[in-house]
Every structure is written in C-alpha cells, then in structure tokens.
Ligand binder design. Structure first.
Ligand code: MN3
Length: 201
C-alpha cells in the first residue's frame, strides 16, 4: 500500500490567525504531497514497499545506498508532516494535563521552560528542520533535527514537533521564525500529544 497524504483534520483556515490558510494549503497539498510521491517512487518495487513508515525509518541504515537519501528525506517528510497536522488544533493551546503535565514539570521544571527550550532549539536550527519533544525510551527530551530527519530514525518516539522550514511560516511571518514559534503554541493539540505520550511510555 503506497503512502498517502492524510486529510487535514480541520479546515485550511481553521488555525488562523496563527497559521494562515494559504500556508496550510501549500504546505499540506503541495509540500506533503511531494514527500509522499517521492517516498513512493523511491520504495516502489523494493522489499520495503509495504513496510510501515516506522519500520522503514528505524531501518534507514540498511536501506540500499542508492535509495537511502531519498527515503530518509521523503519518508521522513511524510512521517513528520503526518504528525504535524495531528498535533495542531483549532481548539488548541492551553496546558497539558495528567501524566504528561507531571512529566514535563519533572523534566523541564515547568511548561513555560519546555516552550522556551523548544523555541530556542527551533530558532538555533540553521536552515531547515524541526524542533522536537520526544520520548527517548526512558524520558522526555528536546532536540532538533535537520532537513526531514525523523526522531524515528534513532528509535525515539516523536510526541510534538514544530516544522521550522521557511515553507511553514514565510508567507505570514517572513524571516521572523521566533514569532512563528511563539504563536505556534496557540494551536498545540495537547490531548493528542498526551495520547502519544501514553502510547509511548
Ligand atoms: Mn513542512
């Protein structure tokens, strides 16, 4: 079964004013579609064709040399964007609850300290990439990855990831990546991040 771009779980304009409709249309319909098309093209006819995205990314080192970069970038892009649409919501923002809230406080001190760390990590990513909150098998961690590298490559479970490619924010924020990152937390879907945390730990 070839990969497909999942439908957005809300309207293109539902995240306004924080993320504008045009950015969502181009990002979801064009950029994500291109990652899916190129991943399918790279994997077609190989033994990896019908494997799960998690399997493929966790096995990236044994993917044949001539396919590895294309799979890393495009299967990675598919995994990252599929998560990204889900962890945003028009009813987003606020604070996490329950075990995730406790783990954030234990690990980072407070929700505000987590946000500052994720934002700083995203601002410092030179060029294109992602800022992540992951479950690393023993606890929560924050780091960034370049390009479309997924935390799944190192067998971490991505819980929350903010796309800091210019295509994610340039129409509305131009060069102001810090303003985009600050605004992004108004659309974070904490119930979905919590669900992923419960599944991972
Ligand atoms: Mn993107």
């Amino acid at each position: 079964m070839a990969f497909q771009v999942p439908d957005l779980p809300y309207a293109y304009d539902a995240l306004e004013p924080h993320i504008d409709e045009q950015t969502m249309r181009v990002h979801h319909d064009k950029h994500h579609q291109a990652y899916v098309d190129n991943a399918n093209k790279a994997l077609a006819g190989t033994e990896w064709e019908n494997r799960s995205i998690e399997d493929i990314l966790a096995s990236i080192e044994i993917i044949p040399d001539d396919l590895r970069a294309a799979v890393r970038n495009n299967a990675g892009g598919h995994a990252n964007h599929s998560l990204f649409w889900q962890i945003m919501s028009p009813d987003g923002g606020g604070e996490p609850e329950g075990a995730l809230a406790d783990a954030i406080n234990d690990t980072f001190g407070s929700l505000d300290e987590l946000k500052t760390l994720v934002n700083d990590t995203g601002v410092k990513r030179f060029g294109s990439g992602w800022s992540w909150l992951v479950w690393d098998g023993t606890g929560l961690a924050v780091y960034s990855t370049p390009n479309q590298d997924s935390p799944l490559i190192q067998s971490d479970v991505p819980l929350l990831g903010i796309d800091v490619w210019e295509h994610a924010y340039y129409l509305e924020y131009q060069n102001r990546r810090p303003d985009y990152l600050a605004a992004w937390w108004n659309v974070v879907n904490w119930p979905e991040v919590s669900r992923r945390f419960e599944e991972a730990r």
